[in-house]
Write a protein that binds this ligand. Sequence first.
Ligand code: FAD
Length: 289
Amino acid sequence: MKISDVLSTSKPTLSFEVFPPKTSDRYETVSAAVEKIAALKPSFMSVTYGAGGGTSLYTADIAANIQNSFGVPSLAHLTCVSSDKATIREKLDMLHERHIENIMALRGDLPEGFDRDQPRDYHYASELIYDIKNYDPSVCIGAACYPEGHVENEHKSDDLRYLKEKVDAGVDFLTTQMFFDNNILYNFLFRARDIGIHVPVLAGIMPITNKTQVARARSLSGTYVPTRFLSIVDRFGDDPKAMTQAGIAYATEQIIDLLANGVTHIHVYTMNKPSVAARIMDNLSEILK
Ligand code: FAD
């Protein structure tokens, strides 16, 4: 099923992101976790693509298993920046053979040690989106957006202009990077609508279960962490069980506020933790009906 059809209902949607194993010996463990998450029957599930593409077969297989064994629509992520056109074509064939109808088209980041001066086939996600559209116009395409601006682009208005170009290349929906202050999303949605971006925007929510996730989010993407949430991390960050409980409560509150304010599509970064996904779903059971 196409994600665009999932998103076209007036009901709220709750979807989950999982990631593939980095090595083959972790495949069974990761698959078992993913299956527990799929058994919760979210609106759909996305499967990320390991930087550099070395685990792309796992992404494709896990995404296929989610839809075949659980009837949950799946979205396979694909990045382009370190691939050439022929490799991307092979990856698209691989997804097509597995009947994957939904692709999250991303630029990705160049891996460490990659020669940045060497000529490349891809520089931006929009180029990948054009290629997917040429390969099969019926594929439903998602793309990333950054309510606080992408970390490489210090000019927010340029970033938004490029986002509009990306959407115009053939994007069916956008998913945001994680954010911890809903006002940032409301402001971004206003600016996005103002510039003419009208595709559905899924709010990306990360339930924080340990304090290193916060430090990582801040250093990698410059995500703003409100004082209220920093106090929670300061107080409970060294107690894993307490931090998990507080992190899930904070994420739940964020989601309830979003739903109350008309943001109806929520995408949760589960970090492959079935218990986190289950608790979020349970916390929202009446609200999502
Ligand atoms: P783009 O949309 O191409 O933008 C990248 C930068 O280029 C931005 O600064 C933008 O302003 C600028 N830009 C765009 N077009 C132009 C132009 N024409 N001229 C000049 N500048 C331009 N990474 C993975 O490796 N695997 C994953 O599975 C993955 N999943 C993700 C899911 C989500 C929801 C998000 C938010 C991110 C994900 N990422 C993933 C991270 C993503 O690959 C990085 O953030 C990457 O740096 C940017 O990818 P993009 O597709 O947003 O790039």
